[in-house]
Ligand binder design. Sequence first.
Ligand code: HEM
Length: 313
Amino acid sequence: MGRTIIEDMIMVEVNRFMKTVQQDIENGVKEHNLIKIVNICVGSIINKMLFGYRFEGETEHEFYYLREILDNLQAHFANPLSFVMMLMENPSSVKNVPGFKQLYNGMLKDFQELKEFLDRQIAWHRKNFAVDGNPESATNFVQAFMMEMHRREQTGNVGDFTLDQLRNMCFDLWIAGQETTSSTTSFGILYLTTHPEAQKKLQDELDRLVGNERQVSLNDRPKLPFTNAVCNETQRLCNLIPQNLFHRTTKDVDINGYKIKKGTTIVPQISCVLYDDKVTPSNKNQTLEKENGFGVRPVLFKCCLERRIPVII
Ligand code: HEM
């Protein structure tokens, strides 16, 4: 699925966002729950990418059901005991220990419900779509995966293209893409409302360089330094994942004299870099605009996001 197709999916939701707010204003609504609108827009982009449909009209209730599971999961992960469980080789060994029991069972139930939703989606695609086409012609991730799986089955080399793998990938993309994007976007909106001068500068740049005859697009990106700077600064300040994912060293490493053996579990701390004044100096606004408008991006690249950057931009 190319960049333009995904960009189109995003723009559909941007339009929905603006239309919803506009309608609320016309209906005299005084307080707007923007986070709720951002959530369903982001959920729809990911669902459209994975399964080919948005949450709208009769499918909207599905989103609220899934959102509830996600909120429960988040609450579970916020529990410090979940961190202890993640460090264990076999977390199920504490499933009957008081304190862990409720957490373990709660997480299991949420994961199970989400997996059942994904299994239903995959089964529906298996029933309703031909799998013998060219993956390039697929309009969503599940279709493309199943076409490739079928092609490999014919050659006897299935590799990682199994239904289990498909379900797990959908699971990862659903979980990893939802809250991250919703919270960052909501944070960005809040940040801009508390910085009207930045908001004005941003609007001026868009008016001047894009105009109001058409919508802004990814192709405009290189010529919008302040807009890029705002996006990057939002990601930096938002510090969305202060407790990063676990990694394992693939060789012996020496960091400033600290020796870390190959095979050690490590948790790179992005926040140390994001909030380090040496890396992002306090006159950052000028720095951001000067550096081709990509400001803190080198910082994001240098820390543990490096290999994952394609999924977050
Ligand atoms: C503002 C939005 C996002 C932020 C801040 C963000 C941040 C992150 C971070 C910090 C990691 C861990 C990197 C590491 O282990 O070193 C990660 C991993 C990941 N992200 Fe995102 N992410 C965002 C959006 C998305 C989206 C939209 C998707 C997909 C639809 C996604 C999919 C993933 C996946 C699959 C991983 C795990 C990669 C792996 O370990 O193999 N993320 N993300």
